[in-house]
Design a protein around this ligand. Structure first.
Ligand SMILES: *[C@@H]1O[C@H](CO)[C@@H](O)[C@H](O)[C@H]1NC(C)=O
Length: 240
């Protein structure tokens, strides 16, 4: 599908997926200090990145999933970033379990189908010493189907997570150049379209009939430092 002819659809779809963030964007003053000048992260001193990255082509992205009616995009975003770093570190692309997060990551802020945050989910996975596979602990799209036997079977683990300095598409670019990053959805790459529009390649979890076979390209490097629809506001990635 052509990027340009799809622009109207993309804008509409973005309004839907990022709707929850728009009030936050509006509430932030554009004059706020750019947090990237004070926060540090693993990739802060990277000076050059490739012009295009597509982690799908490097085998670090599992096929599009479908979260259905359960409001757990936080779990899909967390898992997609973890699948990415696992593949980059081990060479194995393993589809991991969102349902384990929905069922077990419930003692803190994360509330299954009622919402959650990627950073909390990374902390849960670290404390849990790993996460099971999608095949072993499949997605049901409902709360509270805990399965202790399946939960005990970990296929991948992480050592921690880092936040990308907020409101800096430059900082986000440095991170996505090295691994897929959680941005409420999953930044699976970036590039420049034929018409010159710079974009983020974003993996959603609404099945393959949505967007560009389940993906969307969102405009990159806009004037507002939060990025389009706040993509650069709360990005984070796991370490492994
Ligand atoms: C980046 O460079 C600064 C200055 O040399 C240094 O203090 C900092 O530790 C570096 N950060 C990383 C993640 O290597």
């Amino acid at each position: 599908m052509a990027f340009k002819s799809n622009a109207r659809f993309i804008v509409m779809a973005m309004l839907v997926i990022m709707g929850a963030l728009t009030s936050l964007v509006a509430a932030r003053s554009l004059n706020e200090v750019d947090a990237s000048t004070v926060e540090t992260h693993e990739y802060e001193n990277v000076s050059a990145v490739p012009s295009t990255i597509d982690w799908r082509k490097k085998g670090a992205v599992t096929p599009i999933k479908d979260q259905g009616q359960c409001g757990c995009c936080w779990a899909f975003s967390t898992v997609a970033a973890m699948e990415g770093i696992t593949q980059l570190k081990t060479g194995k692309l393993i589809s991991l379990s969102e349902q384990e997060l929905v069922d077990y990551d419930t003692s803190g802020e994360d509330q299954g189908c009622e919402g959650g945050l990627m950073d909390n989910a990374f902390e849960f996975i670290q404390g849990n010493h790993g996460l099971s596979t999608e095949a072993n602990y499949p997605y049901s799209g409902t709360d509270g189907t805990c399965n202790a036997n399946k939960e005990a079977n970990h296929a991948a683990k992480i050592t921690g997570h880092e936040d990308v300095p907020a409101n800096s598409e430059t900082a986000l670019l440095k991170a996505v150049a090295f691994q897929p990053v959680s941005v409420a959805i999953d930044a699976s790459g970036y590039g420049t379209a034929a018409d010159g529009t710079k974009y983020w390649l974003v993996k959603n979890s609404w099945g393959t009939s949505w967007g560009e076979e389940g993906y969307i390209r969102m405009q990159r490097l806009i004037k507002v430092k939060e990025g389009l629809c706040g993509i650069a506001m709360e990005a984070s990635y796991p370490t492994a």
